[in-house]
Structures are given as C-alpha cells and as structure tokens.
Design a protein around this ligand. Structure first.
Ligand code: 5AD
Ligand code: SF4
Length: 455
C-alpha cells in the first residue's frame, strides 16, 4: 500500500511541476514514506533522516532548497517526535492526508523560519475524492487501493491506530480508476486493502443507491472491463472469506489462482490471545472450501513467531498447520512489540533467542514448501505477464499466475516491444524465489486466462 500511496503522491505533485528523480542528491523535495508495522521498519526512519539531512545541507550550501517530508504510518504514530528529533524535517503527514500536499508544500516554501508542519488528521473527507485523475504511466501491472484501515484490532497490530477505521471506496470510484489504468496500458490489477476482503463499497445504479457490494461482486464487475486480463487482491482476513468471494475464484478466470491469506499462528490459544477471532480449524476449513472451488489455488500467508506466551507446543501447532496447508510462499516475522497495542504490555514476552530459533525453524519449513512448489512448475507451461527488464542483459521478468517471478531470455532488440504482454512460457528451472523459462512464441501476445494453463 505504501507503493500505491507513493505513486499517488507523485500524481498529486505533478501539476506543481515535480517529477520523480533517481537520487535525493539535488532534489527539490524528498518524501520518506514510512512503515510502522514492525520495530525494524520504523527504526530505519531516523537513520535515513540523518542521511537525508546531509543532502539537504549540500543543497542549501549551493544556494538551493530541499523540502524534506516524512509520510506514512511512522509519521502518523510518531509525528511530534519526528519534528522534535529531526528539525531538518519540514513536513510530516499521515496516510490519510497526502491529498493536501499542494497546500502543505506551499506553506513550507513560504515559511522561512523552517518550523516543521504536522498533518496527521483523520479527515472526514476521503483522500480518494481529492486525488487527481491523471496518473503516471503505471506499467503492465498496477495496484488499486479499494479499502483502507481496519476495525479488527488484532492485539499485536498498529494498523487500526495508524491507518484508522475501516473504509471502502465507493464502487464507481474504483471502476473509474480501473478504467483509467487500462487506458494507460495496465492489464493486471491488484486490489489493495489492509482488510481487502472486508470490502463493502457503496454502489449506485443509474444515480440511485444500489446497496453495498462485497469484494466478490466488485471483482466480477472489474473482470468485465475489457483490457483487464488479470485480477488479484491483498491482504485478506480469514473471517471475511465469504461464499461469494470463494465462488468468484471458481467462476472468474481473470481472478488469478493465488491467495495471500494470513493465519499468523496455528495455535488456538495464541490465535485467541491475538484476537484473530478464528481457530486453526476455521482456517483449515476455509482452505478446504477454496481448494474445492479451485483445486490449483496457491496459498500464501503471514506468520508471527514468539508472540507473548507462545509455548513450544503452540509453536509446534503452527508447524503442523503449515504442513497441513502446504504453502506456495509465505512471510514470517518475529513478534515485535508495538507501542499502544495490547500485546506489547502482555506478560510473558519471549526472549529474542527463542523468537530467532522458532523463526529459523518455521522459515526452513516454509522455504522447503516454496522450493517444492516452484519445482513442481518445471515442465509446465504458464502464462507470464512480462513486466520489466531482468538483471541480466537480454532477459525479461514477469509473473506467473501464482505470483512467481519468471525470468526469460528474449531476442536482442525485442525487450521494449515485449514488455507489457502476456506469453506462454515453458518453465525449465526453479530457484528459491523464482522460475526460469523459455517463451513459446516470440511475438503475437497471447490473451491468456487461467483456462490456458496446461499441466
Ligand atoms: N510483530 C510482528 N509481525 C507483525 N505483523 C503485524 N504486526 C506485527 C508485529 N507487531 C505482521 C503480520 C501481518 C504482517 C503485515 O505483518 O504477520 O500479517
Ligand atoms: Fe492488523 Fe490485519 Fe489484524 Fe487488522 S486484521 S489488526 S490489519 S493484522
């Protein structure tokens, strides 16, 4: 979501004459868009601000100026502290107010005293009603934010405090942005939300209220837009995986056979302490329903190890759940106490060494599952949307339906022409985090759907 927000900040600033550059050296403005989800991410902000101060001083020594801004969830949660500890910062604003950037920038440029401004409101107006329609060229695959914030209050998580209450963008606004993306050449759209499957956007039909739509209905409407060939959504909560959404996976070939569905832990005791509002068995039943709807769906998850009070037996339950589900991919983290969350003040915080050991054990299992999943793709033909140049010359990188990066060699001089197209690729090699393959055709883009995936 920060990637999406950053690109929209660029769009807000474009009419003022700002455009993205590759380096902070010599820039008129630097915006540090920050994440507060774990301590490690948020610690980086202050060290990064030190580094940016040097660029700002360099610019001032040359007689120029640099507006230095901190955006995102660290700004939201620790805005005042940032201004106190880092006087070089001119602007601090949260994730819900960046549509006001033009006013903030104008004030920053006018104020000679250099006092920093803070805008961490949760405004009544939605930023989505104030963001410009014009967007920078997004490439073949793009994000589209449809839902923000969260009312679930998992006991470890800062999101309900930093991103605010759950909010769904109205259907018309989502469809209009999707159409603009398609006009700009996008084929694959990933719908974003902290709780994206809790989406319940207001719909209108012919100007009259049409109730609210869930995510399944929204995905089906998006699938009708010509030019969209692939749809994804992230991140989901197990409790919001409703029948209609599961049915959409079975019925809608544009919806990719891959789902990120975080479970966090396999222990019912820990799930309850985390306030996840479901059991391990509830989760396994959802996985069963998904697989019944779409047998080849690939699953991914997030895990937290070393949550306060987690015993060896609780951790063993997590390993058991992982073994039972079989993930294509996953993210796992050591529990990180976050200020203001209930779990941070819970008794029985675990020693770092225990967290590290459990993380290593879990990652070994998840790594082996991912490697096996990738290996099982060797010999198959998968449709790949080529998105960008690879690291090696003559190589392009795209995504398989299952979100794997796929590297393919392409003939000299064809790179630019081939980027942005879907091709069938014969998968020939599997690595830890990606696949290698060969284009089955070297021209004529395929309009591929899941039906084309051959075993
Ligand atoms: N400590 C560790 N991991 C966390 N996550 C969220 N909060 C914390 C925390 N306090 C992880 C969860 C979530 C992902 C986005 O980040 O696994 O799904
Ligand atoms: Fe955080 Fe997700 Fe729980 Fe909401 S549902 S509190 S975003 S982990």
């Amino acid at each position: 979501m920060n990637v999406y927000d950053s690109s929209r900040m660029t769009d807000v600033l474009a009419p003022l004459g700002y455009e993205p550059v590759d380096s902070p050296r010599g820039a008129d403005m630097v915006i540090l868009n920050t994440c507060h989800i774990r301590e490690k991410a948020s610690e980086k902000v202050f060290s990064e601000l030190g580094r940016l101060r040097a660029f700002k001083q360099e610019r001032e020594a040359e007689g120029g100026d640099m507006v230095l801004a901190v955006a995102g969830c660290v700004a939201q949660a620790e805005g005042e502290e940032i201004l106190r500890r880092a006087p070089q910062v001119d602007l601090v604003f949260g994730p819900q107010t960046y549509h006001r950037l033009p006013e903030m920038v104008a004030r920053a440029l006018r104020s000679a005293d250099g006092g920093g401004q803070l805008d961490i409101d949760f405004p009544v107006e939605s930023k989505f009603d104030h963001l410009p329609e014009e967007m920078a060229a997004p490439g073949a695959a793009a994000f589209l934010s449809v839902q923000e914030g969260c009312d679930k209050f998992c006991s470890f998580c800062v999101v309900p405090y930093t991103r605010g209450a759950e909010f769904s963008r109205p259907v018309a606004s989502v469809l209009a942005e999707a159409r603009r993306l398609v006009e700009a050449g996008v084929q694959e759209i990933t719908l974003l939300g902290q709780n994206v499957n809790a989406y319940h956007g207001e719909a209108e039909t012919g100007g009259t209220p049409g109730g609210t739509w869930g995510l399944g209905r929204l995905l089906r409407a998006l699938a009708e837009i010509e030019g969209i060939t692939r749809l994804r959504y992230t991140t989901s909560h197990p409790r919001d995986m409703d029948d209609d959404l599961i049915a959409a996976h079975a019925e809608e070939p544009k919806l990719m056979p891959y789902l990120h569905l975080p479970v966090q832990s396999g222990s019912d005791r820990i799930l309850a302490a985390m306030n996840r509002q479901h059991t391990a068995d509830d989760y396994l039943r959802i996985v069963e329903r998904l697989r019944r709807a779409l047998p080849d769906i690939a699953l991914s998850s997030d895990f937290i190890v070393g949550f306060p009070g987690e015993s060896d037996a609780d951790f063993a339950e997590t390993l058991r759940l992982v073994t039972e589900v079989g993930y294509a991919q996953a993210y796992s983290f050591k529990y990180s106490p976050r200020p203001g969350t209930p779990a941070a003040v819970a008794d029985e915080q675990l020693p770092e060494a225990v967290k590290a050991e459990r993380l290593a054990g879990l990652q070994q299992l998840l790594g082996a599952q991912a490697a096996a999943f990738n290996q099982a793709c060797v010999g198959r033909t998968l449709p790949v949307l080529l998105e960008r140049a690879g690291r090696k010359p003559g190589q392009l990188v795209g995504r398989s339906p299952y979100m794997q990066s796929v590297h393919v060699p392409v003939p000299e001089g064809t790179q630019q022409r081939l980027i942005g197209s879907l091709f069938d690729v014969a998968i020939e090699a599997a690595y830890d985090h990606s696949l290698g393959g060969r284009l089955l055709v070297d021209d004529a883009p395929q309009h591929s759907t899941r039906a084309r995936i051959s075993a």
